[in-house]
Design a protein around this ligand. Structure first.
Ligand code: FAD
Length: 295
């Protein structure tokens, strides 16, 4: 039997599944051993008075979670000999575009001006020591795109632009903790993000996609008004029947080139964010009213 219940949890219990089980058993009036599995649906914090967490969860009483409801890595089709589509940029937009292409039976050819995560880490270390800025490999450019070395906050729950849940599941399949699937304010964590991006690249490569790093797109191959591919800064041509431009907001040179060549461009509104960092202890005191939240 399954039941959906709403639990109120102390901050120190909010991320401890054993405590969820205990609370659920109290609420349902059954022994904890009768609960075989708990699927969290949504975890949110209520900070209006004393801080409490609310967990909506599906409780499996005397039955296990069926195999098909577990998160497994989705098998991708082999696209190595399928029609190529060029994806410019290996940021989030480019990587997810490449994944969507594979799922639809196209072979993505991902072209990225920067380096792989590993090479990028080295360049960022140099930058942080004030030694050198590599214009092609830095906080904005390189595998994973602009936010790769950030906390990886995933706050949007907007359904207007697509299926957020499938994006979150893809991230879990590639190594993110599964609490991002139900946490109201999920984040991946700076330590995990680079590994997840590398894992996504591996999945794409296994499916037959190509990746070309250190390759900066400088122009398009166009014939009779139709796109035929791109050319890079070293003079190489890459041919494909379609090109997806996922170059992010820092690629000013791309937009200047397109403007010069007469492509129709439209400016988008922008949002400005500011990041302020505090010690965890201070946040625990201010937000949760305790010296140590225990997590
Ligand atoms: C410090 C920081 C922290 C952030 N934290 C978060 C967060 O916690 N949560 C969140 O949701 N968002 C965060 N963001 C924003 C998020 O990173 C961006 O919204 C996101 O990266 C945009 O994805 P994108 O793929 O469109 O572009 P980008 O990530 O900019 O990727 C574009 C890619 O294209 C490549 N490229 C550009 N020009 C060319 C060219 N000519 N040829 C070949 N390749 C090219 C670039 O090297 C880059 O890898 C953060 C951003 C920064 C800078």
């Amino acid at each position: 039997m399954r039941k959906i219940i709403d639990m109120r949890l102390n901050p120190s219990d909010a991320y401890v599944p054993a405590r969820w089980k205990y609370m659920a058993s109290l609420m349902l009036g059954i022994a904890p051993g009768r609960i075989y599995h708990i699927t969290p649906i949504r975890l949110s914090m209520d900070a209006r008075n004393k801080v409490v967490f609310r967990l909506k969860a599906e409780i499996f009483i005397g039955e296990h979670l069926p195999q098909e409801e577990r998160v497994f890595k989705t098998a991708l089709p082999d696209v190595s000999s399928r029609s190529p589509v060029i994806v410019v940029g290996a940021g989030p937009a480019g990587l997810f575009a490449a994944l969507a292409l594979v799922q639809r039976g196209f072979k993505p050819i991902v072209i990225e001006r920067g380096k792989t995560i590993q090479g990028r880490k080295y360049d960022i270390a140099l930058l942080n020591r004030g030694e050198k800025l590599n214009p092609e490999s830095n906080y904005c450019f390189g595998e994973g795109g602009a936010g790769t070395f950030s906390d990886g906050k995933l706050y949007t729950r907007s359904t207007k632009r697509g299926d957020v849940t499938s994006i979150l599941r893809t991230l879990v399949e590639h190594g993110a903790a599964d609490n991002i699937l139900f946490d109201a304010h999920p984040h991946i964590g700076t330590d995990k993000l680079p590994g997840i991006i590398t894992s996504m690249r591996r999945s794409l490569l296994e499916a037959g996609a190509e990746f070309h790093f250190n390759t900066r797109v400088t122009g398009f191959l166009v014939s009779k008004g139709r796109i035929k591919g791109i050319r890079d800064s070293a003079g190489n041509n890459f041919k494909a029947g379609a090109v997806i431009l996922a170059t992010g907001h820092s690629a000013h040179d791309v937009y200047e080139m397109m403007h010069k060549e007469g492509y129709a461009l439209e400016a988008r509104p922008f949002a400005l964010g500011v990041r302020v960092e505090h010690p965890q202890k201070l946040i625990d005191e201010i937000q949760y009213g305790m010296a140590d939240r225990g997590r």
